[in-house]
Design a protein around this ligand. Structure first.
Ligand SMILES: *Cc1c(COP(=O)(O)O)cnc(C)c1O
Length: 376
C-alpha cells in the first residue's frame, strides 16, 4: 500500500484526478429536475449522474480509472460477491461551504480504513491516492449535486467487491472499486431527537477480535438486520450489540460507535478490537480532550452502564457516525431493564460536541486540526 506521509495538496489532487478519464452521460438530469431532487433529498434513493470506477485484475493490478454514467452493473450469476460476500465499503460526505467550495472530512482516514478492510476480506488494497482521486473525480464531475442548506451534504459511498465469475472459494482475481453519491438532507429534519436503544443479548453483529467487526464489511450489516428488525418490532430505534465472546461488554450500534459521559466529566468509549474504528469516534475523542475531558477507551460492562444510568453516575449516552454525526440516546432497555438517559433530553456535552464537529465540517469554525480536504 502507498501511504501518503502528508495532507494532500490541491495541486497534487489535480494531478491524481487527471488520471481519471471522464465519460459524461448523454442524458444528464435537467437543472429543474435536479433542483427539485435537491430540495427534498431522500438518502440512498437518489443518485448523481455519474460514478467513479477502477478495475482490478490479479494479473494487471488497478487499471481503467474512470468516471462514467451512473447505471446498473451487469453481473454474471456466478459473480463471487453474490455467493461469498467478499465486499467492503466506506461512507463519507462532501460539504458545501458558504463560499461555494466543496470539502470532505479526514478522507485519508477513510482511505486507510478501506485498505485495512480490504486486507481483512482478502481484497486488493487500493492506494490512498486512487481512493482520494476517485472521490474527487466524481465530486468534481457531479459538483452541481452537492446540496447547500443546513446539515445537507453529498453522501459518498465507495465500495469494492469480488466481480469474478467463479464459484470456487478463494479470493477473487477480479475486483471492482466504485464510488456512488447521494444527496442527503438533515438526519433529524425536525431537530435532534434522542433515540431509543435495545441492548441485544441474543445476537451479535460480528465475532470477537479476529472476526470481521473491525472491517467495514457488508456482512456485519447483514448480521445486524434481524436484531434491528426485532428491536423495531418492540418499538426501539436501534440495537446496541455486546461483545461476541462473553456477551458482557458494550460494543456499538449496527453502524455507529457509542460514548458515555460520566458525572465526573470523564468520557468513556468501548476500546478497539472487535468494533469499527469510526472516524467520527476518533474526532470526538480529540474534541473532548481539547475541552479538557479525560477520555478513556476501555471494556465497558453493559451492567455498569445500566447501573450508572440508574444511579446518575452516567449523565449522557450518545452514538456517533458520519451519517447522523452525533445522536443522543434517550432510553436503553433489554429483557430485564428499561432506563431513561438524562430525563430523555439530549445531553449538554453531546450537543456541544455535535455542534463543534458540524461547524468544522461546514466551514463555520476554524479547522484547527487540519481535518478538511478541499475537493472542488
Ligand atoms: C461506518 C461505521 C461506523 C462509523 O464510522 P464513521 O467513520 O464515524 O462514519 C461505526 N460503526 C460501524 C459498524 C460502521 O460501519
Amino acid at each position: 500500500m502507498t501511504t501518503m506521509s502528508h495532507h494532500i495538496l490541491p495541486a497534487e489532487l489535480d494531478d491524481l484526478v487527471a488520471r481519471f478519464e471522464v465519460r459524461r452521460t448523454d442524458a444528464p438530469t435537467s437543472e429543474v429536475e435536479r433542483a427539485s431532487l435537491l430540495a427534498q433529498p431522500r438518502f440512498g434513493t437518489v443518485f448523481t449522474d455519474h460514478m467513479a470506477r477502477v478495475t482490478w485484475r490479479a494479473a494487471d493490478g488497478w487499471t481503467g480509472r474512470r468516471v462514467e454514467p451512473y447505471g446498473p452493473l451487469q453481473l454474471d450469476p456466478a459473480t463471487a460477491v453474490l455467493h461469498y460476500a467478499q465486499e467492503i465499503f466506506e461512507g463519507m460526505k462532501a460539504y458545501k461551504h458558504a463560499d461555494g467550495s466543496i470539502w470532505t472530512f479526514r478522507p485519508e482516514q477513510n482511505a486507510r480504513r478501506y485498505a485495512r478492510s480490504a486486507h481483512r476480506l482478502a481484497l486488493p488494497e487500493l492506494a490512498e491516492e486512487d481512493f482520494l482521486a476517485s472521490i474527487a473525480a466524481l465530486v468534481r464531475t457531479d459538483v452541481a449535486w452537492v446540496p447547500d442548506g443546513e446539515d445537507s451534504s453529498l453522501y459518498l459511498r465507495p465500495f469494492m467487491f469480488a466481480s469474478e465469475s467463479f464459484l470456487g472459494v478463494r479470493p477473487a482475481l477480479e475486483v471492482e472499486h466504485l464510488v456512488i453519491a447521494s444527496p442527503v438532507g438533515p438526519y433529524f429534519p425536525g431537530g435532534v431527537r434522542p433515540v431509543s436503544i435495545y441492548l441485544s443479548e441474543k445476537y451479535h453483529r460480528a465475532g470477537p477480535p479476529g472476526g470481521t467487526g473491525d472491517a467495514k464489511f457488508g456482512g456485519n450489516y447483514a448480521a445486524s438486520l434481524l436484531p434491528q428488525m426485532e428491536a423495531q418490532q418492540r418499538g426501539f430505534d436501534q440495537v446496541c450489540f455486546l461483545d461476541g465472546a462473553e456477551s458482557t461488554y458494550l460494543e456499538e450500534l449496527g453502524g455507529m460507535n457509542i460514548f458515555l459521559v460520566m458525572a465526573d466529566g470523564t468520557v468513556h468509549t468501548p476500546e478497539l478490537g472487535s468494533i469499527l474504528e469510526g472516524i467520527t469516534r476518533k474526532s470526538i475523542i480529540q474534541l473532548a480532550r481539547d475541552r479538557g475531558h479525560e477520555v478513556v477507551e476501555r471494556r465497558i460492562p453493559a451492567r455498569e452502564l445500566v447501573s450508572g444510568l440508574e444511579s446518575g453516575q452516567v449523565k449522557e449516552f450518545f452514538a456517533c457516525g458520519t451519517a447522523a454525526v452525533v445522536t443522543p440516546i434517550g432510553r436503553l432497555a433489554s429483557s430485564d431493564f428499561d432506563v431513561q438517559v438524562g430525563g430523555g433530553e439530549p445531553g449538554e456535552l453531546t450537543m456541544a460536541l455535535r455542534a463543534e464537529l458540524t461547524d468544522i465540517q461546514y466551514g463555520r469554525s476554524e479547522d484547527r486540526h487540519g481535518w478538511m480536504t478541499r475537493l472542488a
